[in-house]
Design a protein around this ligand. Structure first.
Ligand code: KIV
Length: 310
């Protein structure tokens, strides 16, 4: 455990263009809609822990999603199906403590809403009450509309998620772009309209052709947030670990690496190892020292002991 103080939320550094807290407003579901109307692109990233959440929030990202992608990025599972409510909640709480301005979304994990509507309500409520989430995200279109209405009735905003929905990986037969034929396009349009009518706060469009995402975005009043859905969406979301090359896998077509955290971390870890092995770390300046009078007292005790031994 480091002795470096972690502190609370000191706000923004003066070099930051978004430095004044006063200049930044809390993002709400209403302000997302305003951005759609103003054609102002919305940004969203995933975050799974306190430090990342702080950095993403301080950078001015409008939406932070504690995605069930943490099953893979953080917990090392093969897909998102295994992650549990309790695991998700643990990360939502950590992210909550780091987020001040962004809208905080929590992903409902597989099994937390498919089995029983009452369970779904209970689980959504836990994310809000225990985790501090402001929106819960649910995968699926038309077939989830009634459930989504019930959750919204319980005063919990819901984000929809259609197209390539990772929790359906076994039904889709892999992670495949959806809506490539006419019936697929029609289904996606029906899904989007059903979610819009149900009153969702936004719709994540994942892994669908750009043309279809454009049609949906023009059709619905709610903001669309794309991932692998082209530039016509009202906003874009990326998985934090994709953005930073931390996935240990070849990136999908839509991923752009904005940094190389894997390279940075590997380099720092190797340098630490080399410094310890070669006695370069820690230096005297990096060591704590006895106060002068304690040191003098200790030196005279040691000198007396040495003299007695002679
Ligand atoms: O879990 C997740 O990270 C997501 C995004 C890909 C939208 O659902």
């Amino acid at each position: 455990m480091s002795l470096t103080p972690m502190g609370g939320r000191p706000g923004f550094s003066s070099q930051d263009p978004l430095s004044s807290d006063k200049l930044r407003q809390k993002i709400t579901t209403a302000s997302l809609r305003e951005r759609k109307l103003r054609h102002e692109p919305i940004t969203c990233l995933t975050a799974y822990d306190y430090a990342t959440a702080r950095l993403v929030d301080d950078a001015g990202i409008e939406m932070i999603l504690v995605g069930d992608s943490l099953a893979q990025t953080i917990l090392g599972y093969d897909n998102t199906l295994s992650v549990t409510m309790d695991e998700m909640l643990h990360h939502v709480k950590a992210v909550r403590r780091g987020v001040k301005h962004a809208l905080l979304l929590a992903d409902m994990p597989y099994g937390s809403y498919q089995v029983d509507a009452n369970d779904a309500l209970r689980n959504a409520t836990r994310f809000v009450k225990e985790g501090g989430a402001e929106v819960v995200k649910i995968e699926g279109g038309e077939k989830r509309a009634d459930l989504i209405r019930r959750i919204i009735d319980a005063e919990i905003p819901v984000a929809g998620h259609i197209g390539l929905t990772p929790q359906s990986v076994n039904v889709m037969g892999g992670y495949k772009v959806q809506g490539k034929d006419l019936s697929g396009v029609e289904q996606l349009m029906r899904d989007a309209v059903a979610l819009d009518r149900a009153g969702v706060a936004c719709i994540v469009l994942e892994g669908i052709p750009r043309e279809v995402a454009g049609m949906i975005t023009a059709e619905v009043g709610t903001p669309t947030i794309g991932i692998g859905a082209g530039p016509e969406c009202d906003g874009q979301v990326l998985v934090f670990h994709d953005l930073l090359n931390l996935t240990f896998a070849p990136p999908a077509k839509f991923v752009r690496h904005y940094g190389d955290a894997a390279g940075l971390i590997a380099g720092a870890v190797r340098a630490f190892r080399a410094d310890v092995k070669s006695l370069q770390y820690p230096s005297d300046e990096e060591s704590y020292h006895l106060p002068r009078d304690t040191k003098a007292g200790l030196d005279s005790v040691l000198a007396r002991k040495r003299a007695m031994r002679r």
